[in-house]
Ligand binder design. Sequence first.
Ligand SMILES: *Cc1c(COP(=O)(O)O)cnc(C)c1O
Ligand SMILES: [Zn+2]
Length: 427
Amino acid sequence: MHSPIPQLTACDAITCLRCLVCGAEYAPEEVRYVCPHHGSDGVLDVVYDYTAIAARADRDALSARAELDMWRYLPLLPVADPSLRPPLAVGWTPIARAERLGRRLSLSHLWVKDEGRNPTASLKDRASALAVVKAREAGFSTITTASSGNAAAALAGMAASVGLPAVIFVPATAPEAKIAQLLVYGATVVLVEGTYDQAFDLCIEAADRQGWYCRNTAYNPYMTEGKKTAAYEIAEQLGWEVPDCIFVAVGDGCIIGGLHKGFRDLHALGWIDRVPRLMGVQAEGSAVLHHAWRRGTDEITPIVPRTIADSISVGVPRDRLKALRAVRETGGAFVVVSDEEILAAMRELARLTGVFAEPAAAAAWAGVRRALADGLVHRDERVLVLVTGNGLKDIPAAMRAVEGDGRIVRLASSSEALEEWLAQAEG
Ligand SMILES: *Cc1c(COP(=O)(O)O)cnc(C)c1O
Ligand SMILES: [Zn+2]
């Protein structure tokens, strides 16, 4: 199994970390998180020398790799020591043709990629796995994050797999299943009486004071690098013929920024011939990026978010610059969907594909309907819906999605009662 040749990674092909606000460039050893001039607004981009990567990695060799997880893309990842990666199989989630779902909207080419199949049941595992590697490479003995839920569960799981203590800040309102994951994985759980946005700031302060490694989305520049592996998989699993557009739910904007980065990497390497249009879907009660996009600005107006889709309930999108750039540079769009549309999308997706999505993940499908109605997508285009998290994450929301649709039969425990019901059902 083990090749005698050392595994090459993209670590020494990093040219700099570049601030998205001022363009200042830093060596990776120089700055750990954000641009010192811009605080937590100064999100950094990891910039690579693609000529150096291309000189030693090619598409076919990569496709021949044996690992069926995100680490098959090690040649494109900023990992210095591959032996420090978590032993769990993250990524390489399945893509399925969704013909019945597609027919519902007369779409001829529709795919669903199910990120709920990751070890902790959301796409966040990709980022958290890389965070654990970076923390261990730098010799940290505790890792921390703030999260609306899934990033927390992902970090708790990845940290548990390597025995790294984790301290997690979540809003006290996070769904119970996600909090249960944290506790079962053995993380220290800090339930913040406030919003995700407040938990985010408290986590940075705690990391600073205690010397913990901070995984916070957008604050930590490597989270985009973990999430970009979803784009690599979409390209490779579809035979390097990328879809025309990809729908993904957006809260902080890190996932959509990660997809953009992944496709840009592949395009720069000449492995794909174009970058898909990235379609960001936001909930009506949390549509901060949609508003900024419409107004053509990078400035956001913070709100108090309100939506059933907790994973995209964000009042201050931390990765706004990468998210807005992803949509603008790919010719995509932001669309907005209501909570009712999200719940309907949960039912439709589950019943027509067998994929059970949590509300935020189902929002992506609700967004396809909206985009078609708005003429942003055509029925003969190749469309992929990224299902970012599993429906078991939020049972109360799932129960709300099926409320009053009359599918439960209450039966007394007797053959007579059964017979009566069957006769009635026949008639
Ligand atoms: C985190 C998350 C999102 C949104 O990702 P951002 O990077 O915050 O935009 C969407 N769906 C699920 C299930 C998530 O966990
Ligand atoms: Zn800066």
